[in-house]
Design a protein around this ligand. Structure first.
Ligand code: NI
Length: 394
């Protein structure tokens, strides 16, 4: 029995499970019921697991292969994230969210269903597994801190030799999978800039230090980080998404606050971007006689796929679904906290196609009308399961 022969058997389980999860999203670091539910599904299969003792958030299950002696062989972890978003669903689907103001608008419901499908498949072919497979169900991905949280619980990460995960992706047609090597997703950092001036009447600017003018100059000067400080062959983004200052049309305030995000694909770009930002913020404010402070949080690292694992994943996808399923996809500027697992272990992150105009599955992730073509998720389950087997045998 081969994993790919199990796709048809588990197709309806994976799709139905995803729709059930979809109706009951929980927000980041509140996924207690979701964790219990995953545990119940694992109980039905017979796979042992450990729920995080901390707050009952997230769990790690373990399948011991029977193709090797106990404690022989390596360990690979397959990961799914499990949180929903504070979005009010507007899809009109029969299985839309039943939780007011919460929605699985990123597709993490699909990730749980895919991994539980893979769990079922792996359990059936455990005599083919050489070593062991951890199934990691991670809370809090949307905060960027969920992976670090999971790494701080138990010893599963220390015992893991490699890690594989994926994200359903709306821009990729259903049936396609991308597992390319190298840069795949951007770092996703957050910063706040606080500008301090001197308040006064709007008619007498000469008696003030106007923080709004300083903030405006900072916004413009920050544009040079990408245009003048970044290697044109690399990519980066510096976006200000938030400005707050003042309360009235005729008062110059004493403070302005800016907030934004920085994105880039090489870990070494962090120091350059943060350094340039620091310099521009401090010196622009000084040039206008004011002061400004940068608070920069290097939150999520870039997702960079290991070359050897990516090559193996390419073989796995070809074997399980045929060459036609493999799709080339450009890297994306979205972030993923899966990257934290990649810092010390070889890892590979896949994009799984869910786009389909016939089902109106065309709207972007995190949007209220986000829809998923979930008819072929079991194919992804088979890729996860077979990849674990292939990697352990390699
Ligand atoms: Ni996501």
């Amino acid at each position: 029995m081969e994993v790919k022969d199990l796709i048809a058997d588990h197709k309806s389980y994976v799709q139905a499970l995803r729709r059930e999860f979809h109706q009951h999203p929980e927000l980041s670091f509140e996924e207690v019921e979701t964790t219990k539910w995953i545990a119940k599904e694992l109980d039905e299969i017979g796979i042992p697991y450990t729920i995080n003792p901390d707050r009952g958030l997230g769990l790690v299950a373990e399948i011991k292969g029977e193709a090797s002696q106990a404690d022989e062989g390596k360990t690979i972890t397959l990961r799914a994230d499990i949180d929903g978003l504070p979005v009010k669903e507007e899809t009109g689907l029969s299985y839309a969210s039943k939780e007011e103001g919460k929605m699985h608008a990123c597709g993490h419901d699909a990730h749980m269903a895919i991994l539980l499908g893979a769990a079922r498949m792996l359990w059936q072919v455990r005599d083919q597994i050489k070593g062991r497979v951890f199934l990691l169900f991670q809370p809090g991905e949307e905060t960027g801190h969920g992976s670090n949280y999971m790494m701080s619980v138990g010893d599963w990460y220390k015992r893991t030799d490699a890690i594989f995960g994926g994200h359903v992706w709306i821009d990729l047609p259903v049936g396609k999978i991308s597992v390319e090597a190298g840069e795949r997703m951007a770092a996703s950092d957050i910063f706040t800039i606080t500008v301090e001036g001197k308040e006064g009447h709007g008619s007498q600017p000469q008696q003030t230090v106007d923080p709004i003018v300083i903030a405006s100059a900072i916004v413009m000067n920050l544009q040079t980080i990408v245009s003048r400080n970044t290697n044109p062959l690399d990519s980066a983004v510096v976006t200000i998404g938030h400005i707050e200052a003042g309360s009235s049309w005729n008062i110059i305030p004493d403070k302005a606050v800016l907030g934004g995000t920085a994105r880039y694909f090489k870990r070494e770009q962090l120091d350059r971007i943060r350094g340039a930002m620091e310099r521009i913020v401090t010196n622009t404010a000084a040039a206008f006689g004011g002061r400004a402070r940068l608070d920069y949080e290097a939150r999520v690292q870039p997702v960079i796929n290991d070359v050897a694992m990516s090559a193996l994943a390419t073989k796995t996808v070809t074997h399980v679904l045929g060459k036609k399923a493999l799709s080339l996809m450009t890297k994306v500027t979205a972030g993923e906290d899966f990257s934290a697992y990649m810092a010390d272990k070889p890892a590979c992150f896949a994009f799984i196609g869910i786009g389909n105009p016939k089902l109106d599955a065309v709207h972007g992730h995190h949007q209220a009308d986000f829809k998923v073509d979930d008819s072929r998720l079991a194919e992804a389950s088979a890729v996860y399961a077979q990849f674990a087997i292939d990697w352990l045998a390699s």
